[in-house]
Design a protein around this ligand. Structure first.
Ligand SMILES: Nc1ncnc2c1ncn2[C@@H]1O[C@H](COP(=O)(O)OP(=O)(O)OP(=O)(O)O)[C@@H](O)[C@H]1O
Length: 298
């Protein structure tokens, strides 16, 4: 569904250039529900903007649903935004109009339908997100969690194949966040919708099969749920660590480059080192602090 190859995004301002994506590689399969995690400034929103057609990459290759995103004209890009992709933002103001009812909000993006079709589809969507009983309530009368469900219904109004969610539970409490994740899982399972969630919250990310971590504008590691783990089981590791539910892999590019997770380097006392000792040990590659070599010779 999504292929990013060596994706680069450079923001140019009057006097500086920021390289927000530095050759990022990512593949997302059709029908996948996955999360992208990373610290503030790592490039998550930049990537999401590229995937949503809100901005264009500076270099590299980006293909979504068979479409070469760099070759789209402005008109084709508008069509892509309208038909292929749906967005849910953390900031509700970006999705919703408070003085309109739930149903009216959901009908806004449905430009091409007649009134009867709009009514039918908006009721269908609001029922799908569990708000069939709130059709005629104005948005300002609904809770934060309910409003976020409506944002999802709006994002799905034009039957997108891809749903992008930027910190979808950022403004919600723990219980409401869990319900929101449950809803996303259900939409993914029932409609085969491809869903990419961007977050800095590991608790949220742990609830999906695959979590890709971004560091400095590149994918650095990937956590995949263990085959024997049931959905929703508890996460016991700290940030960026392997845990009971997921296995962590370092991402390797074509030339064999990997980013060693910081906590691994820290554990062997090589955190600020400028080189490490690499050794091939039968079928394993062993990585040691460079200082071990001199100790070995003494
Ligand atoms: N429009 C812009 N102009 C200039 N620099 C930008 C712009 N947008 C983002 N950046 C810079 O690009 C880098 C990546 O930013 P981005 O917003 O993608 O990170 P993020 O991982 O989404 O962070 P956060 O979690 O804080 O939202 C940062 O250094 C940021 O300052």
């Amino acid at each position: 569904m999504i292929t990013c190859e060596n994706l680069v995004k450079i923001y140019k301002t009057a006097d500086i250039e920021v390289m927000a994506l530095q050759g990022l590689n990512l593949h997302v399969k059709q029908g996948e529900l996955m999360a992208i995690i990373g610290n503030s400034g790592s490039g998550k929103s930049t990537l999401l903007n590229m995937l949503g057609g809100l901005d264009r990459p500076s270099a590299g290759r980006l293909t979504i649903d068979g479409i070469n995103m760099q070759k789209l004209t402005d008109k084709e890009l508008s069509r892509y935004k309208r038909e292929t992709v749906g967005f849910v933002w953390q900031n509700k103001g970006r999705n919703l109009i408070p003085y309109l009812t739930a149903r009216e909000n959901v009908e806004i993006p449905m430009l091409l339908h007649d009134r009867k079709q709009k009514r039918k589809r908006s009721v269908e969507l609001l029922e799908a997100v569990g708000l069939g009983h709130r059709l005629n309530n104005r948005l300002e009368e609904l809770s934060g969690g309910e409003q976020q469900r409506i944002a999802i219904a709006i994002a799905l109004a034009n039957r997108p194949k891809l749903l992008l969610a930027d910190e979808p539970t950022g403004a919600l409490d723990t219980r409401t966040s869990a319900q929101m994740m449950e809803l996303l899982r259900r939409l993914n399972a029932d409609y085969g919708l491809t869903i990419v969630i961007v977050t800095h919250d590991l608790d949220l990310a742990r609830q999906v099969e695959r979590v890709v971590a971004i560091r400095d504008g590149r994918t650095s590691s990937e956590m995949i749920r263990r085959a024997d783990e049931a959905q929703g089981s508890e996460w016991s590791g700290g940030e960026g660590e392997s845990d009971n539910t997921h296995i962590e892999y370092a991402v390797m590019d074509r030339t064999g480059r990997i980013q060693v997770p910081e906590h691994y380097l820290e554990a062997v006392g090589a955190k600020n080192a400028d080189k490490v000792l690499l050794r091939l040990d039968e079928d394993k590659i062993v990585l040691l602090p460079a200082s071990r070599e001199s100790h070995g010779k003494m």
